[in-house]
Design a binder for this molecule. Structure first.
Ligand SMILES: C[S@@+](CC[C@H](N)C(=O)[O-])C[C@H]1O[C@@H](n2cnc3c(N)ncnc32)[C@H](O)[C@@H]1O
Length: 467
């Protein structure tokens, strides 16, 4: 550590910024966000700066003089004229202000860190002036890890600070808080369920032995395959899970984000090969939650799109288990983006319909074919590869043109993605020619003509080789 970090209280403290440009505005935003009311001095201010800082800062349109720095705690010099900046820095220092001259570390008493701001929770990162860009990258990593509701968690804990203090000895207090922040009550606060969290907290304080006895289940969408398509929330929940129950389409790259000591259970289903029956999956989640575990039920795509997420949520709620849902990018939107094809398009499609090609037993899907055959609709069929023949003939017999473009996207967003294009009357042929086995989507409609038809995985590989 070559700099000493500290967090200053700016309320009712004088802070001065010299300059009226973009750098001055950035510093003003920072000071205002921390509760300060900076004084800006410049010969001119842009209209946008005036409008943004109106009522939150004092803008003085003239050159700074010695008296402006008197009593200032901090002074930022943001002007480009080096000599003038040096002169003003010296004046600021004589007035006992801590001085920062933008982009001139040698003239600075302090640097401004990269900041992760979650209200009361603030993380400040310094590289000691050596590599500000690295500081910003580290900040982005920490942003991803720190829950958006970290501030709410701090506020929640503050409410119970005195109650916990009066109920527990000093030693037990620490153990209580450690358990709390890793446990299901904190998970409820972070999920936005403060009412449930308050009830559980009162129980926990009055009957401390039970604090870890009720866990939570998060039903989480893992997206279509590319780990970078995980939401920040999914990423954080996976990293915090004690137990993960995952499906067939959740890849190793995503599972490897879990803690090493997390228990992982494969509960995926393939057609006619039900690894674990649905009731058993639900029973396991309930049992783990009742044992106080933080459970993540990880599903491909979005849990509420052909994912049985709704049934699982109902079962958990019926069992009185706290359960929350985190959406994911569904295969349709993921595949469409990866294949460069919009699902709706002003010129080609005003609606999009998601259907499943899967039907009970080995029957053909029983769908409203007349509605699905409508023009200017994009039809996305999940689990439809094995039923491509009946799907095409049902649409054709209800009037959809035989030359309607189709795209079959296998392993969308993954390195081995294939986009096979053709026309509706040859749908089965397209699947056979490209050896498509799934997971794949059938996209039927004019927009499918816009899809990139290369195996994008090959392109990705070429890019990696070239790098
Ligand atoms: C049980 S459904 C689950 C859908 C998932 N909940 C979603 O929102 O994407 C499985 C089907 O989704 C489609 N699918 C899932 N991931 C895919 C991918 N990466 N590429 C193409 N299709 C995919 C396939 O049709 C697969 O048979």
């Amino acid at each position: 550590m070559n700099r000493f970090p500290l967090f200053l209280d700016l309320i009712d403290r004088r802070t001065v910024i010299v300059g009226g440009g973009a750098a001055a505005l950035r510093k003003a935003r920072l000071l205002i966000a921390a509760g300060g009311r900076p004084i800006l001095l410049a010969s001119a201010f842009a209209t946008a700066t005036r409008a943004e800082l109106e009522g939150q800062a004092e803008l003085i349109e003239r050159a700074p003089v010695r008296e402006d720095f008197a009593g200032a705690m901090l002074a930022f010099i943001t002007i480009e004229n080096h000599d003038e900046a040096g002169r003003l820095a010296a004046i600021g220092r004589q007035a006992d202000a801590l001085v920062n001259v933008v982009d001139r570390p040698a003239l600075c008493d302090f640097t401004t860190p990269s900041i992760v701001d979650r209200g009361a929770i603030t993380v400040a990162i310094s590289t000691g002036g050596a590599a500000p860009v690295l500081g910003r990258k580290l900040r982005a990593d920490i942003e991803a890890l720190l829950p958006a509701r970290a501030d709410a968690l701090a506020g929640f804990a503050a409410v119970y600070r005195d109650a916990v203090k009066s109920q527990f000895s000093q030693q037990d207090r620490r153990a209580f808080w450690e358990k709390f922040f890793d446990g299901p009550i904190a998970a409820r606060v972070l999920a936005g369920d403060e009412t449930g969290a308050h009830e559980a907290m009162l129980e926990a304080i009055n009957r401390p032995q039970e604090i870890a006895e009720q866990g939570v289940v998060h039903i989480v969408g893992a997206g279509p395959g590319d780990p970078e398509l995980l939401t920040l929330k999914a990423f954080r929940l996976i990293q915090g899970a004690d137990v993960i129950l995952y499906d067939r389409l959740v890849g190793d790259e995503i599972l490897s984000l879990a803690r090493r000591d997390a228990d992982r259970f494969y509960v995926g289903k393939a057609k006619a090969d039900h690894a674990v029956p649905q009731e058993e999956i639900e029973a396991r989640m309930i049992a783990f939650a009742r044992a106080g575990k933080n459970v993540v039920r990880l599903k491909g795509g979005d849990p509420f799109v052909f994912g049985r997420g709704g049934e699982e949520l109902q079962a958990l709620r019926a069992a009185g288990v706290a359960a929350y849902v985190t959406p994911g990018i569904t295969a349709a939107t993921g595949c469409a983006a990866a294949a460069g094809m919009a699902l709706t398009h002003r010129d080609y499609a005003q609606s999009v319909t998601f259907v499943t090609g899967h039907a009970k037993g080995d029957t053909d899907p029983d769908l409203d074919w007349a509605a699905l055959a409508a023009l200017k609709n994009t039809l996305v069929v999940y689990m439809g590869v094995g039923k491509a023949g009946p799907i095409a003939s049902n649409l054709l017999s209800r009037g959809r043109a035989g030359d309607t473009p189709v795209a079959v996207i296998e392993n969308g967003t993954r390195d081995d993605q294939i986009v096979a294009k053709g026309i509706l009357r040859e749908l089965e042929n397209v699947i056979e020619t490209h050896g498509i086995k799934g997971p794949a989507l059938l996209i039927i409609g004019e927009v499918a003509g816009l899809a990139d038809s290369e195996a994008l995985g090959d392109l990705a590989q070429q890019e990696r080789n070239a790098a």
